[in-house]
Design a protein around this ligand. Sequence first.
Ligand code: 8Y4
Length: 271
Amino acid sequence: MSSGKMPLIMGVLNVTPDSFSDGGQYVDPELAIASAKRMVIQGADIIDVGGESTRPGAKPVSERDEINRVVPVIKALSTQISMPISIDTSKPAVMKLAVKAGASMINDVNALQAKGALEMAYSLAVDVCLMHKQGMPETMQTKPLYQDVVTDIKHFFEQRIDACVQVGIPRHKIILDPGFGFGKTLEHNLEILRRFGEFKQFKLRLLAGLSRKSMIGAILDDRQVESRVVGSVAGAIIAVQRGANMVRVHDVLETKDALRIVQAASGDTIG
Ligand code: 8Y4
């Protein structure tokens, strides 16, 4: 009679030359596909395919380059795995071709604020994750300021939910994400994590992405990215305990193990 619903694991698939290079400046789709299949075997419930590096300071990618990277991978994956695929993009044209290729969710770090994005998400009729960020990726970490970080993010969510509903997107298709690391200091990120439960007031699904981020590195005395796995798993667990329904992670196996222990201890059936 336990009913804590298992949170979903979203595995990160960065389809960029710095992740899956063919040896030069291009992406090898076969390498990306193999990595996605591995994440599925490890327990990923959804694969988040992104062709534009969203890291602070990364250079923008042209629409055509982004499409050429993600569409072949999504096409192949949608016939080879049964898990849903999300498209990490802010560009309406990429959303359209990605969904046509088999994606069933839009993960937009720009929360559908680009011209035509709201209308595109409506016409595609897929789930959409609205992420909060402050500023532009190039400069967002310069001097993030908030009156009250959680209250400010909640106001942003209210406005973006309203904008979605205005164009006809049903509320139940919306997922909210406070955007750890996107225009936030370490103190802001920790306050968001501590008060994550407040976002449940919208009665929508919540997503949390802390995996390997600089907040984890900073807490662990500037730990390098590849040694942030344990810290990231701890962060994912805390987010889930505070109400996250989905966690976006690089380390699927490790996160899945930890979530299974939490689930077992909560009294749910093992399996
Ligand atoms: C090392 C590895 C250091 C990765 C930093 C990073 C989110 C997201 C990103 C998120 C949602 C990232 C696309 C940033 N973060 N989408 N995307 N939520 N919904 N940085 O938190 O992974 S990219």
